[in-house]
Design a protein around this ligand. Sequence first.
Ligand SMILES: *[C@@H]1O[C@H](CO)[C@@H](O)[C@H](O)[C@H]1NC(C)=O
Ligand SMILES: *[C@@H]1O[C@H](CO)[C@@H](O)[C@H](O)[C@H]1NC(C)=O
Ligand SMILES: *[C@@H]1O[C@H](CO)[C@@H](O)[C@H](O)[C@H]1NC(C)=O
Ligand SMILES: *[C@@H]1O[C@H](CO)[C@@H](O)[C@H](O)[C@H]1NC(C)=O
Ligand SMILES: *[C@@H]1O[C@H](CO)[C@@H](O)[C@H](O)[C@H]1NC(C)=O
Ligand SMILES: *[C@@H]1O[C@H](CO)[C@@H](O)[C@H](O)[C@H]1NC(C)=O
Ligand SMILES: *[C@@H]1O[C@H](CO)[C@@H](O)[C@H](O)[C@H]1NC(C)=O
Ligand SMILES: *[C@@H]1O[C@H](CO)[C@@H](O)[C@H](O)[C@H]1NC(C)=O
Length: 269
Amino acid sequence: MYNSSCSCFILFVLLVQITIPTCVCSDDARYTSCDNEFACGSLTLIKYPFWGVNRSNYCGKQTYKLDCVNNIPVIEINSLNYRVNEFNYYSHTITVARMDYWGEICPSRLVNTTIDFAVFNYTSATRNLTLGYGCPLNPHPPEVTVLEYLCTINNTKTNVIYDPSMSCNRSVVVPAFRNVASDLDQNRTSLVDALRKGFALKWYVTNEESEQCKSCIISDGSCGVHPNNDSFVCYCYNGPSLGGVCDKRRGILLFPRLLPFMHAKRRFN
Ligand SMILES: *[C@@H]1O[C@H](CO)[C@@H](O)[C@H](O)[C@H]1NC(C)=O
Ligand SMILES: *[C@@H]1O[C@H](CO)[C@@H](O)[C@H](O)[C@H]1NC(C)=O
Ligand SMILES: *[C@@H]1O[C@H](CO)[C@@H](O)[C@H](O)[C@H]1NC(C)=O
Ligand SMILES: *[C@@H]1O[C@H](CO)[C@@H](O)[C@H](O)[C@H]1NC(C)=O
Ligand SMILES: *[C@@H]1O[C@H](CO)[C@@H](O)[C@H](O)[C@H]1NC(C)=O
Ligand SMILES: *[C@@H]1O[C@H](CO)[C@@H](O)[C@H](O)[C@H]1NC(C)=O
Ligand SMILES: *[C@@H]1O[C@H](CO)[C@@H](O)[C@H](O)[C@H]1NC(C)=O
Ligand SMILES: *[C@@H]1O[C@H](CO)[C@@H](O)[C@H](O)[C@H]1NC(C)=O
């Protein structure tokens, strides 16, 4: 009697010491990295298909790389940097504003906004604003209200006209939210504020990838990609999954009461 309860106790100690450390300490590095959220400034909880900072390149699609610069989330699109103002997992959109037009309308390089349509798309809530630089002002009818600003660019003074009806030396197209653009038309907001509000961009994940990522998260995996071809992979505590979902941790089955402490709560909204 005494002997059998003693060997039970020894068995228990062995299980605690052997199974628990192996399942707590040695999670696959890819699982851990892709389980990190990108959090920068006011943006949090950003995961697949985005990567950057403490999410390795295989945690998102190559073209969806985020940076965090002075606590500002930044994305580069066609060589221009954009500040990411908002993030919406439901509509698959980010709201971005051009960094060169943040708080000013006189950047030293005048470049149009171009996006890569293989990576992002505009939404129907978008309207293009045109800014004319170096516009001839004299012959405009007095009933037309003109939003005119002044800039000094490269030591040269120039005017800037929102939505010019005349042809100007240079022009720059910047998208804006349709409702913000109409506020601007009615002089209910300033050009600088309209540009700060930015515009929405839809990112692409296929329905199949969305479903794969959901199943992966439900099985306690973290979503990522094959680094060489961007195709979806579910990373599990014990490495990339073959079937798209993760196996249960073996140690946990012996100690069901420890389950709540080992499964971190994870959200995918
Ligand atoms: C890195 O990951 C941790 C854990 O998920 C998170 O709390 C932190 O905010 C992340 N930092 C950045 C800059 O993404
Ligand atoms: C200002 O000068 C820089 C450098 O020479 C040039 O790249 C840029 O296009 C100029 N900007 C304008 C608005 O002419
Ligand atoms: C921007 O695009 C408009 C029309 O699409 C074009 O007329 C203008 O020259 C472009 N501006 C620059 C700086 O490339
Ligand atoms: C981009 O959006 C437009 C409408 O806003 C739509 O017609 C077009 O099919 C979309 N392109 C892709 C690749 O989804
Ligand atoms: C804005 O202009 C770009 C080209 O400069 C074009 O691709 C885009 O479709 C335009 N957006 C709208 C809403 O007209
Ligand atoms: C347009 O550019 C030309 C040549 O750089 C300059 O002489 C002229 O003053 C500019 N026009 C306006 C309205 O600024
Ligand atoms: C727009 O509003 C500002 C003040 O909010 C005013 O100073 C300016 O004259 C207005 N411009 C036009 C064209 O109505
Ligand atoms: C992507 O690469 C992985 C590993 O190299 C391979 O197993 C997988 O079949 C590839 N997927 C596609 C769609 O090519």
